[in-house]
Design a protein around this ligand. Structure first.
Ligand SMILES: Nc1ncnc2c1ncn2[C@@H]1O[C@H](COP(=O)(O)OP(=O)(O)OP(=O)(O)O)[C@@H](O)[C@H]1O
Ligand SMILES: [Mg+2]
Length: 499
C-alpha cells in the first residue's frame, strides 16, 4: 500500500466528518457572545445595588430638605399658626402628611393632614450605614403596600432644634424606585448589548477567525498532506497565534518532506526488487555457463572456476533473500560458529587485491579465532568496510606502496569477538561522519550510494553487535563487535539428553 493511501482512507475521512459538522468555529463564537452578555449583566447588577440604595436616600433627603424650608416658614408664622389651606399646600408640595420638630423636650407638630394611624417604617437619616441603606432599599422595593406610611427623621433647621421629622406615604417612593429600576434595567441591556457586540467582534477578529483559519488548514492538510499548497501561509503575526502558525507550518513541512522521502524509498524499494529479480535470472544463467568451465583442462581455469561458482551462488542467494524479505528488511541471521581466518581470505579475494594492486593486506588474528555469526552476512559486512578502505586509499592521487595498507585484526574479549579494519587513507571526513551509518546520507564519494555502511550496521545490529568508527587513528579504523548468542539452558540440556 502506498503511504498516502492510508492517510486518505475512507475511515479516516468518516471519523473526521462528525467533528466538522459540529462546527467548532461557530460554537466558540456563540459561547463568547453568551459569556460576554452574562459578565456585563453581572457587572450591571453589582452597580445597581448601591445605585438603588443611593436613589432612595436622595429621594428621602429631597423631602427632608423641602420640609426643612417649610419648618422655617411655619415656625416663623405669628404664634405658630398658619391657615389650614396654606398648611395643606405646604404639605402637598413636600409630599408629606405631617411635619414636626423637636426642640428641647418639646415636640411641635408644625403641620398635619390625614395622618395615618400606623407607621410601617422609621428612617433616621442622620445616621445611615451603607449596609442599612441597601437592606432598607430592597425592603422598600419588595414589601411596600399601598397606604403604608413612613416616618423620616432629619437634622433640625435652626439652632436649639433637636430634629425634624416628617410622615410620608411610602407608595410614591416605591413607584419612583421601580421606575428608576426599569430605567437601569433598560440601560444595562443596552450597555451589555453594545459591550457584548464590541467584545465579540474584537475577539472574533483577533482570535476566533485566525484560529478558525488554522483549524481549516489542519483539516485541509490532513486530507492531502503531500500537497505543498496545503501548508499554512503565515500571517506574520507576532503573538501566540503567529507562533502557532509558524510551528504548525514547520511541522507540516517536516511531515510533507518525510512523506515524500517515504514515497521515494517505497518507489526505490520496488525498483530494487525489480532489479533484483532480473539480476537473479541473469546470474542464474551465468551460473549455468560457468558450470561448463569446470570441464576445462586449463589449470588456471581449474583454479578459479570453483571461486567463480561460489561467488555466483552467493549472489543468487542474496538476490533471492532480498526478494523474499523485501528490500527494506534483511533475513534474520542464520548463526553458526565459523572460523574467522577463511572468511577474511574470502574478503581479500572478493576485494580483488591481487599482486598488481599496491596495497598491503595485513591480517593479525588470534589463533583459531571463531565467531558466532551468519557467514554470508558477516562476509558482506567485512567486504563493505574493506571496500571503503580500498576506495579511500585509491582516492589519493599519489600512491605509496610502502605505506598504503589495510590491516585486519581480530580477537575475542570474553563472549564478544572484535574485528577491526583499519587503513592508512585520508580518514573519514567530518561531513561523512555526520551521517555515517544512515542510508543514502553518508556518501561523500563520487559514484557512492551511501548504503555500504548502513547495510553493514544493520547486519551487525541483527547479530546484537555494533559497528563504530574508532576516533583518533591514522586513516580510518572501523571496529565491529559481534557477541555470541546467549545459551538457552533448557535447549542445551535437551540436546545433551538426546545425545
Ligand atoms: N575507510 C574510509 N576512509 C575514508 N572515508 C570513508 C571510509 N569509509 C567510509 N568513508 C566515508 O563514508 C562514506 C559512506 O560510506 P558508505 O560505504 O556508507 O557509502 P559509499 O562508500 O559512499 O557508497 P556505497 O554504497 O557504494 O558503499 C563514504 O562516502 C566515505 O566518504
Ligand atoms: Mg562503501
Amino acid at each position: 500500500m502506498e503511504p498516502q493511501t492510508w492517510l486518505k482512507s475512507e475511515a479516516a475521512e468518516q471519523a473526521y466528518e462528525p467533528r466538522r459538522r459540529r462546527g467548532l468555529h461557530v460554537g466558540l463564537s456563540g459561547k463568547l457572545l453568551f459569556l460576554t452578555i452574562i459578565f456585563v449583566m453581572l457587572a450591571e447588577i453589582l452597580i445597581y445595588v448601591p445605585l438603588i440604595a443611593n436613589f432612595r436616600l436622595n429621594w428621602l433627603n429631597d423631602r427632608l430638605a423641602a420640609a426643612h424650608t417649610a419648618a422655617l416658614v411655619l415656625d416663623a408664622a405669628p404664634s405658630g399658626m398658619v391657615p389650614e389651606s396654606l398648611a395643606q399646600e405646604i404639605l402637598d408640595s413636600i409630599g408629606a402628611r405631617a411635619v414636626a420638630m423637636k426642640m428641647g423636650n418639646q415636640r411641635r407638630l408644625l403641620a398635619a393632614a390625614n395622618v395615618p394611624s400606623a407607621i410601617a417604617q422609621d428612617i433616621d437619616m442622620r445616621n445611615v450605614s451603607w449596609w442599612r441603606a441597601i437592606v432598607d432599599a430592597f425592603d422598600t422595593l419588595f414589601f411596600c403596600r399601598p397606604g403604608d406610611a413612613v416616618r423620616v427623621v432629619g437634622p433640625a433647621p435652626m439652632a436649639g432644634g433637636q430634629f425634624l421629622e416628617i410622615v410620608l406615604d411610602e407608595a410614591p417612593l416605591c413607584n419612583a424606585m421601580l421606575a428608576f429600576s426599569v430605567n437601569i434595567l433598560l440601560l444595562s441591556l443596552a450597555i451589555s448589548g453594545i459591550a457584548a457586540a464590541v467584545v465579540y467582534f474584537a475577539l472574533h477578529y483577533m482570535l476566533v477567525r485566525p484560529m478558525g483559519r488554522i483549524t481549516q488548514n489542519m483539516v485541509a492538510f490532513r486530507a492531502d498532506p503531500e500537497n505543498p499548497a496545503r501548508i499554512i501561509a503565515l500571517s506574520g503575526r507576532r503573538d501566540e497565534i503567529g507562533t502557532a502558525e509558524e510551528e504548525l507550518g514547520a511541522m507540516q513541512r517536516e511531515l510533507a518532506s518525510s512523506l515524500h522521502e517515504k514515497n521515494r524509498l517505497a518507489a526505490l524499494g520496488l525498483a530494487v526488487s525489480k532489479i533484483n529479480h532480473d539480476l537473479r535470472n541473469l546470474l542464474a544463467s551465468a551460473q549455468l555457463f560457468s558450470d561448463q568451465l569446470s570441464t576445462s583442462a586449463d589449470p588456471k581455469v581449474q583454479r578459479f572456476a570453483p571461486k567463480l561458482m561460489r561467488a555466483l551462488e552467493r549472489a543468487v542467494a542474496f538476490c533471492q533473500s532480498t526478494l523474499s524479505y523485501g528490500a527494506a528488511q534483511e533475513a534474520p541471521p542464520d548463526r553458526k560458529t565459523i572460523p574467522v581466518e577463511p572468511l577474511i581470505d574470502e574478503v581479500h579475494e572478493a576485494l580483488g587485491l591481487g599482486l598488481d594492486v599496491p596495497i598491503r593486506w595485513i591480517v593479525a588474528l588470534e589463533r583459531e579465532l571463531t565467531v558466532d555469526a551468519d557467514h554470508d552476512q558477516l562476509f558482506r559486512v567485512l567486504l563493505n568496510v574493506a571496500r571503503n578502505a580500498r576506495q579511500a586509499l585509491e582516492s589519493r592521487g599519489q600512491r605509496d606502496p610502502a605505506r598504503d595498507q589495510i590491516r585486519i585484526t581480530g580477537r575475542r574479549e570474553g563472549s564478544v569477538v572484535v574485528i577491526e579494519i583499519s587503513d592508512t587513507g585520508p580518514g573519514v571526513s567530518e561531513k561523512a561522519q555526520a551521517h555515517l551509518f544512515q542510508a543514502f546520507q553518508g556518501s561523500t564519494r563520487a559514484g557512492g550510494s551511501g548504503l555500504g555502511l548502513a547495510i553493514a550496521a544493520e547486519l551487525v545490529r541483527a547479530h546484537g553487535g555494533d559497528i563504530r568508527l574508532v576516533p583518533g587513528t591514522i586513516g580510518a579504523t572501523f571496529s565491529i563487535r559481534i557477541p555470541d548468542r546467549a545459551v538457552d539452558l533448557d535447549a542445551h540440556r535437551g540436546q545433551r539428553a538426546r545425545a
